[in-house]
Design a protein around this ligand. Structure first.
Ligand SMILES: [Zn+2]
Ligand SMILES: [Zn+2]
Length: 343
């Protein structure tokens, strides 16, 4: 089968290879991929800023159907529509594994980073990671369950009350999901971007986000103050991984506000105004990836219509068209790009 493989670390090193079809083992499920989404982290991996175990088939956001189950699998049968958590291996013994925080296990191996993932015709997942698709969740939407679960994870780390004003910095797929999840909690949501995010800000409006603000054209602070009687935003989620956005996010928060860092910065150290955190008694929380408990609620948010994932898909390519997919993302015309396997 054909697979899109990251061959070596550093810039590029991505190629279509002929690989053996993977064999299903005990407690494992073989999935035929229908759609696999390109994540921001795949772009970082392609450009060489993000380390994976090479060689590896990329693709950690996917949906598909079960084509074979291993010994000990009674929960799934051939033909089932599924998606899978990225967790492929965990130690099972550390305190994080014990509490279901698999995203924090030091020994975790993930599909599409440490273990062959979804940019191929087939992949193998552990049965405990696999989820059935609810009736109203189609394959395209289901392939985005992983990024949605990452944002569900972030939002769950904060307290949002009905009518709270929430600001999301960065209108990429993660920002657009975060905004929708925050809205499902009854918040009034502003999403902020730049002129180069024009397509994404328009999408935010289409998705029903209350305010989509181009911060190069509109004074977002004035708007937040107007909506909050001058207090400031209750919660800010930084989803762009750009340090000016992080700085602005702190500035927009009210006293005792909550700040969630979801975006990944290209550099590990960023200037961050700790003085504001002290003076405004801001609570800062980081959010890394997702854990098992985030998955069923995420699928349900799509099933009940609170989150529209499908509307975020702007482009579809097959895995041999990586270069075009990459260009569409880099030049800002794409929001979510899905890949399909080839024979
Ligand atoms: Zn991802
Ligand atoms: Zn562990």
């Amino acid at each position: 089968m054909k697979a899109l493989v990251k061959k070596e670390l550093g810039y590029g090193g991505l190629e279509i290879q002929d690989k053996e079809e993977p064999q299903v083992g005990r407690d494992q499920v073989k999935i035929e991929v229908v759609y696999a989404g390109i994540c921001g982290s795949d772009i970082h991996t392609y450009e060489g800023h993000y380390k994976v175990k090479v060689p590896v088939t990329l693709g950690h956001e996917f949906s598909g159907k079960v084509v074979e189950v291993g010994e000990g699998v009674n929960e799934f049968k051939v033909g089932d529509r599924v998606t899978s958590e990225t967790t492929f291996y965990i130690c099972g013994e550390c305190e994080y594994c014990q509490s279901g925080d698999f995203n924090l296990c030091n020994y975790r191996k993930g599909l599409g980073t440490q273990q062959d993932g979804g940019f191929a015709k087939y992949l193998i997942a552990r049965k405990d990671s696999v989820h059935h698709l609810p009736e109203k969740v189609d394959y395209q939407s289901a392939s985005m369950t992983e990024p949605l679960a990452c944002t569900y994870h972030a939002v769950a780390k904060t307290v949002i009350n009905d009518g709270d004003v929430v600001v999301v910095m960065g209108p990429g797929p993660i920002g657009l999901f975060t905004a929708q999840v925050a809205k499902s909690h009854g918040a009034q949501v502003l999403i902020a971007g730049l002129t180069s995010d024009r397509v994404r800000l328009e999408k935010a409006r289409e998705l029903g986000i209350d305010y989509a603000v181009n911060t190069q054209e509109q004074d977002i602070k004035e708007l937040v103050n107007r909506l909050t009687d001058g207090y400031g935003a209750d919660v800010v989620f930084e989803c762009s991984g750009a340090s000016p956005a992080a700085k602005q996010g702190l500035d927009l928060l009210r006293k005792k506000g909550q700040y969630g860092q979801v975006g990944i910065f290209p550099q590990s150290e960023v200037p961050f105004d700790l003085e504001k955190i002290i003076q405004k008694e801001i609570r800062v929380v980081g959010s890394r990836s997702q854990k098992p408990a985030d998955w069923e609620p995420s699928l349900e948010l799509m099933n009940n219509g609170s989150v529209n994932a499908k509307a975020m898909v702007t482009h579809e390519f097959d895995i041999t068209q990586w270069e075009e997919a990459y260009q569409a993302i880099k030049n800002g015309e794409a929001i979510k790009v899905l890949l399909t396997p080839v024979e």
